[in-house]
Design a protein around this ligand. Structure first.
Ligand code: NAP
Length: 265
């Protein structure tokens, strides 16, 4: 029987300083991987996480700044990783961000800022990673999408469009890289409580929110991180070019009324 073992593997997680990304870093390190924690604004959180990982898991960890939507900063980040961690085996394109606005009030800058981080960022980072992986026996690229890559939502036209693009990007990339032994998989979370949506959950009420989710609970960051370490491992060697939804069946619950008769005694 095989277990998840990432000893000797070297991983980069974008937006790794908090939320889902930070938990992915912890899980990768817990399975033995050395981890590069990317941050954009949250330097201090990234540094604290690196210390936590070194102490708790005794693997190599470091952090570095890059706006994933900026090609020059992304290139510099990968050179830093080459020096401080080594050749990349696992890339997790996790960095993401959203604003909420009416389409008719949305200016070009707002559209670009969301699409660039959620879609252009994974393109820039995947290119740097894959160029290294192809000379190094292969690797795995995991893109963190969203149920909104398939479920449209008012106020999030830029985010939904970017995540839908990311889903297709993952599929195209897997076709282009499969012969280089590089797998690409998209993971699409439902509602996971993080800084991204904490205020929104509180505004609607957690109880009410959880009633919309068939499994009856909001997801935890570990729900996503558990899936990442599995997909990054050899156990998932034949999983390629597909997408995995982690949402407690939330996205399937579009019809809210229940037509079933009462249960028989
Ligand atoms: P979060 O706590 O707000 O974290 C977002 C992360 O993205 C931060 O670490 C942030 O880094 C990073 N980031 C934002 N812009 C960046 C940029 N230009 N360059 C580099 N990093 C950048 O949100 P989260 O919930 O953990 O989200 C993580 C991913 O999961 C996102 O892709 C999001 O779309 C996706 N997702 C989340 C949910 C959910 O319910 N939470 C559901 C579906 C999908 P800095 O703080 O350093 O700027």
């Amino acid at each position: 029987m095989k277990t998840i073992d990432l000893k000797g593997k070297k991983a980069l997680v974008t937006g790794g300083s908090q939320g889902i990304g930070a938990e992915i870093c912890r899980h990768l390190a817990a399975c033995g991987a050395d981890v590069f924690v990317n941050y954009n604004r949250s330097k201090e959180k990234a540094e604290v996480l690196v210390e936590e990982i070194r102490k708790a898991y005794k693997t190599n960890a470091t952090c570095g700044k890059a706006n994933v939507a900026n090609a020059t900063e992304v290139k510099a980040m990968f050179l830093q990783m080459d020096k401080e961690i080594g050749n990349i085996d696992i890339l997790v394109n996790n960095a993401g961000f959203e604003t909420v606005n009416h389409v008719l009030d949305m200016e070009e800058e707002e559209w670009d800022s969301v699409v660039n981080v959620n879609l252009k960022g994974p393109f820039l980072c995947s290119k740097e990673a894959a160029r290294r992986m192809e000379n190094h026996g292969g690797g795995v690229i995991i893109n963190i999408s969203s149920i909104h890559d398939a479920v449209p939502r008012k106020g999030l036209i830029h985010y939904c469009s970017a995540k839908a693009g990311l889903k297709m990007f993952s599929k195209c990339l897997s076709l282009e890289l499969a012969d280089k032994k590089i797998r690409v998989v998209s993971i699409a979370p439902g509602a996971i409580e993080t800084n991204m949506n904490r205020e929104e959950i509180a505004r609607f009420g957690k109880d009410k929110f959880e009633k919309w989710i068939p499994q009856g609970r909001i997801g935890e960051v570990s729900d996503v991180a558990n899936t990442v370490v599995f997909l990054a491992s050899d156990l998932a060697d034949y999983i390629n070019g597909t997408d995995i939804y982690i949402d407690g069946a939330y996205m399937n619950h579009t019809i809210q009324y229940d037509p079933r008769p009462p249960r028989k005694e």
